[in-house]
Design a protein around this ligand. Structure first.
Ligand SMILES: CSCCC(=O)C(=O)COP(=O)(O)O
Ligand SMILES: [Zn+2]
Length: 214
């Protein structure tokens, strides 16, 4: 099987898993996977499609400048520039971007602080951090409508082969050495966001109940 087909199947499998989690609301989200280093080629999802559907037009091959390698009527993701940053600046092999209600609410709650820090959660081990009471933080950047400006802001946080950035009221982009790593990290981030929001909401209910009973 060619490298291109292997990578296509790998990305299609990840896409299907994220779709099964219902993480592609209203055509949002995009995915990419590296196919070769020299020249740098990667598969990226086609723009504007319903990513819950599986078709043979789901991905197209682009180069380091985000240009189609072969002639096609398909348009690469509008956010291909962010995927380019990942492959041009690191040795990552896969980059995933999704919009969820939880990642949007977290990004709005902590957007002014520019980051959110999570501590003492077992799931932090999914990031390869094994110390007790470990901390992990994710930066939150402004959602520039101009994609080159967004990609430029995003690039300040693309330093390692693994990482993640929240875009305020937009979504999360996670990258990793492999598709397995990127998906694992994405799931761990979404777990942390969901836990945090549930905790805030339960605490709020308990506080209200305590106030009522005074
Ligand atoms: C309806 S979502 C707006 C665009 C976006 O943020 C996104 O993730 C999907 O864009 P694409 O061009 O990759 O389909
Ligand atoms: Zn998006």
């Amino acid at each position: 099987m060619s490298q291109l087909l292997k990578r296509w199947n790998e990305l299609a499998e990840v896409k299907e898993e994220l779709a099964n989690r219902d993480w592609f609301f209203g055509t949002s989200g995009n995915l990419s996977i590296k196919v070769s280093n020299e020249p740098l080629h990667f598969l990226v999802s086609s723009s504007g499609k319903d990513k819950r559907k599986k078709t043979n037009e789901d991905f197209l091959l682009v180069d380091k400048n985000g240009k189609q390698v072969e002639s096609t009527s398909l348009k690469p993701s509008a956010e291909t520039l962010l995927h380019q940053q990942v492959y041009n600046k690191t040795n990552a092999g896969c980059s995933l971007h999704i919009h969820t209600v939880d990642n949007n609410v977290i990004s709005e709650l902590y957007g002014d602080a520019g980051e959110i820090v999570f501590k003492s959660q077992e799931i932090i081990k999914a990031f390869g951090i094994w110390e007790e009471d470990a901390e992990i933080k994710i930066p939150i950047i402004y959602n520039f409508a101009d994609i080159p400006s967004l990609a430029n802001e995003f690039s300040h946080y693309v330093k390692e082969d693994t990482g993640a950035v929240l875009i305020r009221n937009h979504g999360i982009t996670v990258w990793g050495k492999t598709a397995f790593d990127a998906k694992k990290h994405l799931e761990a981030w979404e777990f942390l966001f969901s836990y945090h929001l549930k905790l805030l909401s339960v605490k709020n209910v308990l506080r209200t109940q305590a106030e009522i009973s005074i």
